[in-house]
Design a protein around this ligand. Structure first.
Ligand code: UD1
Ligand code: UDP
Length: 377
């Protein structure tokens, strides 16, 4: 029997719990039937970047993610202090655990801290969601991604665009196109979400009678002009808007939103299962989130992205998503496009076509295989 590979997984922020759940599930499936290959011992480290019950715990419970071995309890701080605290604590753990791989996800400060700590200790880094680029270096996420990709041994790309971006930067070794773990997750959880979630009746929402919105991206929340533009657009939208409000945004403008318009329904961030049901039943989604742009597509719901660029360019190219920036008139125009009922107004691509862009729902399995093969090779 081959010796087990030891994997330290670093997560800390909401979307990372959802992505890691898909890979942890694939690790468990592999361990049940390893076929003479090494099994994987996964040790999950939660940095504590997100810590509110509905930004963290709920995802571990709903998605049955294995309990983290350690929670570093780093919490919120400036970029430098937050990343430094994570780096120091992760380094100590890696020195104790001596894993074969450090597995990191996406582009948050937790991602960067894991990448730096592991690479300086010569521990190979596997980066899930490698190769995404917005080409906007004012985004903290863009810095985190570029640096994480530079020190990763395995670059696990969700899309063809991502592997092409890496090739354009001269990175070809260790690049694998795996498909997107968020697609795995939607396929695995949607039926469960529909059985369990009561969110539509709790909020008295009829299917396709509302817009779903989220706003949390620093470039919007931290710029009063952009934030005002988005709020002014929301006030002019003629459907009720359900807005599960990220704590970052609530702190900055929570009270104003409550007062802004009777048609904006501000709620606390919801769990993943409720979110899937809200997304599937929305008439349109308005967001600056990365993950939600893709989920809109998986559910065949037109998406208005309140940013100036996106990493998920294929959705713009096929006409499933429109970039609207933060100017109210542009957001309104994109919204009108999204709700236009005339045939062909929106390219309502069938969900089955998702595999062309985002894999076949088995990205987690490919990620596990890539770590084992790379180790063997
Ligand atoms: C982080 C990621 C971003 C990702 C987002 C997912 C970085 C640089 N940014 O942004 O890429 O899209 O997570 O949601 O890593 N807060 C709470 N409770 C919490 C968590 C945060 O109140 O449980 C508040 C704090 O005031 C904190 C603020 O939200 O200062 C921002 O949190 P932080 O983790 O720094 O960044 P996010 O905006 O969540
Ligand atoms: N999400 C959730 N509840 C919410 C808002 C988002 O479960 O109230 C999920 C959403 O379905 C997606 C992920 O969180 O899977 C996206 O995370 P977020 O928008 O915070 O980060 P980003 O993808 O922009 O990094």
């Amino acid at each position: 029997m081959a010796e087990a590979l030891r994997i330290v997984t670093i997560v800390g922020a909401r979307p990372q719990f959802i992505k890691a759940a898909a890979v942890s599930r694939a690790i468990s499936a592999h361990n049940r039937d390893p076929k003479n290959l090494p099994t994987l011992d996964e040790i999950i480290i939660h940095t504590g970047q997100h810590y509110d019950e509905n930004m963290s715990r709920i995802f571990f419970d709903e998605l049955q993610i294995p309990e983290p071995a350690r929670n570093l309890g780093v919490g919120s701080d400036s970029h430098g202090r937050q990343t430094a605290a994570m780096l120091e604590a992760i380094e100590c753990i890696l020195l104790e655990e001596k894993p074969d791989w450090v597995l990191i996800y996406g582009d948050t400060n937790s991602t960067l801290a894991g990448a730096i700590a592991a690479s300086k200790l010569h521990i190979p880094v596997a980066h899930v969601e490698a190769g995404l680029r917005s080409f906007n270096r004012r985004m903290p996420e863009e810095i985190n991604r570029i640096l994480a990709d530079r020190v990763s041994s395995l670059l696990l790309c969700p899309t063809r665009t991502a592997s092409k971006n890496l090739a354009d930067e001269g990175i070809t070794d260790g690049v694998r196109e795996t498909g997107d773990v968020m697609y795995d997750s939607v396929l695995f959880n949607t039926a469960l979400a529909e059985r369990r979630s009561r969110i539509l009746s709790e909020l008295s929402l009829a299917p396709k009678s509302f817009a779903l919105a989220t706003v949390h991206r620093a470039e919007n929340t931290d710029d009063p002009d952009r934030m005002n533009g988005i709020l002014n657009a929301f006030a002019r939208i003629d459907l009720p808007i359900v807005l599960p409000l990220h704590p970052r945004t609530r702190q900055l403008i929570g009270r104003r939103i409550d007062e802004l318009s009777e048609t904006i329904r501000v709620i606390e961030p919801v769990g993943y299962l409720d979110m899937l049901v809200l997304e599937k039943n929305a008439r349109v989604i308005l967001t600056d989130s990365g993950g939600i742009q893709k989920e809109a597509y998986f559910f065949n719901v037109p998406c208005v992205t309140m940013r100036d660029e996106t990493e998920w360019v294929e959705l713009i190219e096929i006409g499933a998503n429109r970039l609207a920036g933060s100017c109210p008139d542009r957001i309104l125009a994109a919204y009108q496009w999204a709700v236009d009922p005339s045939p062909g107004a929106v390219d309502r691509s069938p969900v089955d076509a998702s595999h062309v862009l985002y894999g076949d729902g088995h990205a987690g399995k490919r990620i596990v295989a890539a770590m084992i093969e790379f180790e063997a090779g």
